[in-house]
Ligand binder design. Structure first.
Ligand SMILES: Nc1nc2c(c(=O)[nH]1)N[C@@H](CN(C=O)c1ccc(C(=O)N[C@@H](CCC(=O)O)C(=O)O)cc1)CN2
Length: 295
């Protein structure tokens, strides 16, 4: 294999240790431990795992991690009422609603995310936080794209003047990722910015050629092994955001074996981008607590 493996698990552990140290200092200054509250609707197995992992990660970092579980058919009104209750609970610094909300029960995801107090919106999905990011003056950075920025930065990979292709235009990953990489340096954390970004999607005319033109390829489409070896420029950096369960195994959006023979660096699945999402959530929770207490 030619490519260097970008070890997201290791970088996430490094960030989690840094957050834990900062939490310790925050608490030593007389502040209460930061508190993150996750809301889980229904019993989707993957969502249950993610929420449990978030609570465990909180505990290890000295953050109080609470989970509110609602039945699948709780309904929009009850969910909104819970979000509003958490907004006014002074003991709660960060709120997240685990996505996706259950299908077939008429949940309006947009209305729920809009209702989260922007100062407690540690996922950075609310319109205020998305708008601040668009304007290059973010408050919270969305966790998965921020994790990717940290991984690139800590792996010594610069994006400045590079051609980056982000495949997938989701609100959680694709759109904010493209926005962050296109910003001027310094506005979205470390010096991972100033890229020339293409945001590709299902209607992109010649996706293979578009991908092949990229120095850095970020795949966030949710389709197993969709990015094949022939879509990768020799020596490109490949970041795989996909987590697809196929025959009881996790596979990314990239055909890893083929890509690793062509790329200079690549993230594995599992153990690549995924663990960074939770690390950056802890970072945002501490930030929220600091913003709310003025410390
Ligand atoms: N409210 C949110 N909902 C969702 C988010 C989010 O950031 N906020 N992102 C994803 C799910 N997610 C966190 O919520 C998440 C996904 C994957 C991982 C992870 O560590 N993956 C591991 C594999 C884990 C496994 O065995 O399944 C890896 O890639 O190594 C963490 C968090 C959608 N919903």
């Amino acid at each position: 294999m030619k490519a260097e493996i970008l070890d997201g698990k290791r970088v996430a552990a490094e960030i989690r240790a840094e957050v834990a140290k900062s939490v310790e200092q925050f608490v030593a200054s007389g502040a209460p431990a930061p508190c993150l509250t996750a809301v889980l609707v229904g019993e989707d197995p993957a969502s249950q795992v993610y929420v449990r992992n978030k609570a465990r990660a909180c505990e290890k970092a000295g953050i109080e991690g609470r989970t509110h579980r609602l039945p699948v058919d709780a309904g929009q009104k009850e969910l909104l009422a819970l979000v509003n209750e958490l907004n006014t609970d002074a003991n709660v610094n960060g709120i997240l609603v685990q996505l996706p909300l259950p299908a077939g029960h008429d949940y309006d995801e947009r209305e729920i995310l809009d209702a989260i107090d922007p100062l407690k919106d540690v996922d950075a999905f609310s319109p205020i936080n998305v708008g601040l990011l668009m304007q290059g003056r973010p408050r919270f950075l969305p966790c998965t794209p921020h994790g990717i920025v940290q991984l690139l930065h800590r792996s010594g990979i610069s994006t400045s003047a590079k051609k980056v292709c982000v495949i997938g235009r989701s609100e959680i990953v694709g759109k904010p990722m493209a926005m962050m990489l296109a910003q001027k340096s310094g506005s979205c954390g470390p010096d991972v910015a100033n890229a020339t970004v293409t945001l590709a999607h299902s209607r992109t005319a010649d996706l293979a050629a578009t991908c092949r033109d990229a120095d850095i390829l970020i795949a966030a489409v949710g389709r197993p092994k969709m990015i094949t070896g022939d879509m990768i420029k020799p020596d490109a950096v490949v970041i795989d955001v996909g987590i697809n369960r196929v025959d009881d195994k996790l596979v990314g959006d990239v055909d890893f074996d083929a890509a690793a023979e062509i790329a200079s660096a690549i993230t594995p699945v599992p153990g690549g981008v995924g663990p960074l999402t939770i690390a950056m959530l802890l970072h945002n929770t501490l930030m929220a607590a600091k913003l709310q207490t003025g410390r």
